[in-house]
Design a protein around this ligand. Structure first.
Ligand SMILES: Cc1ncc(COP(=O)(O)O)c(C=O)c1O
Length: 439
């Protein structure tokens, strides 16, 4: 059979991507050499899959304020914000002082410290569904522990998760299941499909321990859950005694009490991560008193929750200082509003130019999609021409805007109006140059 003849616009896209890639490679020789060296000792030169970039990532040597600086001498406006953990920018003096103070007092003490009590108090005060909380080292661990708690509490085995869901390295459902996932007994449902999910819950009601859901699917492309969908999960969980877990590892920055507070729908357990450790390794799970009390070591038959660094002083000190002094309730609301306005502005630019590209998200977290219609789940978000995403990413990088290759953005508190204006202008200019690929 004769090979299919590629169409003209496909060829044009390939050559535009080749051109921007050639310029990116030429601009980053030291990063390329660093990456090639790293390949000798790490598979693909990488120890965190999401940081891989095609053709290779730039090596960042320093961050300050809302800026990043790479090995080849380029400066970037940091629109990635460490996938939302970099909320405070890179040199907040309050956080730096808290970490310094903690380090000067000894770093591996092997006992409870004053900051963990402070941080737990702050979190319980902010998140109204959290009566008690425990800390972990990552959001992944927080979700693993929350699922364990739900299984112990309900004495049931199954876990309902959603296509496109991401809850950590061993709880990733972008392609249904993965061999590296934790081997729970999963039931898979469609995100934002209230009717289908309710039917599945009815069918498995007696066996379901937990429903695990992101109020906005982050990894799938910043796709917000509809309030009706989340409410249907709340109702079904109540009806059948299933533990409803909101993974707010990303979305908890949406208000002083998370996206749950904004929506007025409260889960039984919440998992947290990212910025709440002030930029240090962090995770937490918390919720209803009677579930969390299972972990009380003064109770006769308690559940163990281990972790050498669960209360490490750097995270606990940085997190307490950040939450009490920097990310106040007012700061959370202002950042949310700023993100909403910025996303609307980018969408207005695309619409004014008649281009089929849009930005979805919630507040200060958002993602580009080369698609015109509504995006309610992973299937809607599938770009038929993914090379366009690479083109946009490398053009933005070459013009000093650091974002994820998959189009993800999270704003940080140090960003200025000038940063946002510069990004919006660059996006408009890229559409002027390459817009026909998003016809
Ligand atoms: C929604 C969500 N849950 C869980 C995690 C896992 O957190 P961590 O990377 O700290 O393990 C992430 C990380 O990106 C996330 O976005």
């Amino acid at each position: 059979m004769a090979p299919a003849v590629p169409d003209k616009s496909h060829n044009a896209l390939q050559s535009a991507v080749q051109d921007v890639q050639d310029r990116y490679i030429a601009a980053n020789p030291k990063s390329l050499a660093r990456w090639e060296g790293a390949r000798e000792s790490m598979p693909g030169g990488n120890t965190r899959t999401v940081l891989h970039v095609d053709p290779f990532p730039v090596a960042i040597v320093k961050g300050d304020g809302a800026r990043l600086h790479d090995l080849d001498g380029h400066d970037y406006r940091d629109f990635l914000g460490e996938y939302s953990a970099g909320l405070y920018g890179h040199s907040n003096p309050i956080i730096q002082a808290a970490i310094k103070e903690a380090v000067e007092g000894g770093i591996a003490l092997g006992a409870p410290n004053r900051w963990e009590a402070q941080l737990s108090e702050l979190i319980c005060a902010r998140f109204h569904s959290i009566d008690l909380v425990r800390f972990t080292n990552s959001g992944t661990e927080a979700n693993m522990m929350a699922l364990g708690a739900a299984r112990a509490f309900t004495k049931r085995e199954k876990v309902l998760v959603f296509d496109g869901g991401y809850h950590g390295g061993v709880l990733y459902f972008g392609n249904r299941n993965s061999p590296v996932n934790a081997p729970f007994d999963y039931v898979f449902a469609g995100f934002n499909d209230a009717e289908g999910t309710t039917a599945l819950i009815e069918a498995h009601a007696e066996e379901l321990a937990a429903i695990l859901v992101e109020p906005m699917q982050g990894s799938a492309g910043c796709i917000p859950a509809t309030p009706e969908f989340l409410q249907s999960l709340r109702d079904a969980a109540d009806k059948h005694g299933i533990v409803l877990i909101f993974d707010e590892v990303m979305t908890s920055r949406s208000s002083s009490g998370g996206l749950q507070q904004k929506l007025g729908i409260l889960p039984d357990l919440t998992t947290l991560g990212k910025y709440l450790g002030g930029g240090c390794s962090f995770g937490a799970f918390g919720g209803r008193q009677e579930i969390m009390a299972l972990f009380d070591p003064t109770a006769p038959q308690f559940l163990a929750h281990a972790g050498t660094f669960n209360n490490n002083v750097m995270t606990m000190a940085a997190g307490s200082a950040a939450l009490s002094q920097v990310f106040t309730a007012e700061a959370a609301d202002a950042l949310y509003d700023r993100g909403e306005a910025f996303r609307a502005r980018l969408n207005d630019i695309a619409a004014a130019k008649g281009r089929a590209i849009q930005v979805t998200g919630t507040g200060s977290i958002m993602c580009f999609h080369g698609i015109a219609g509504p995006i309610r789940d992973l299937t809607d978000a599938k770009d038929p021409l993914p090379a366009r995403g690479k083109l946009l990413h490398l053009e933005l990088m070459l013009q000093g805007h650091f974002i994820a290759q998959r189009g993800y953005i999270s704003l940080n508190l140090e960003m200025t109006e000038e940063d946002l204006n510069a990004f919006a202008d660059t996006f408009a200019a890229i559409l002027d140059q390459h817009g026909s690929f998003w016809a």
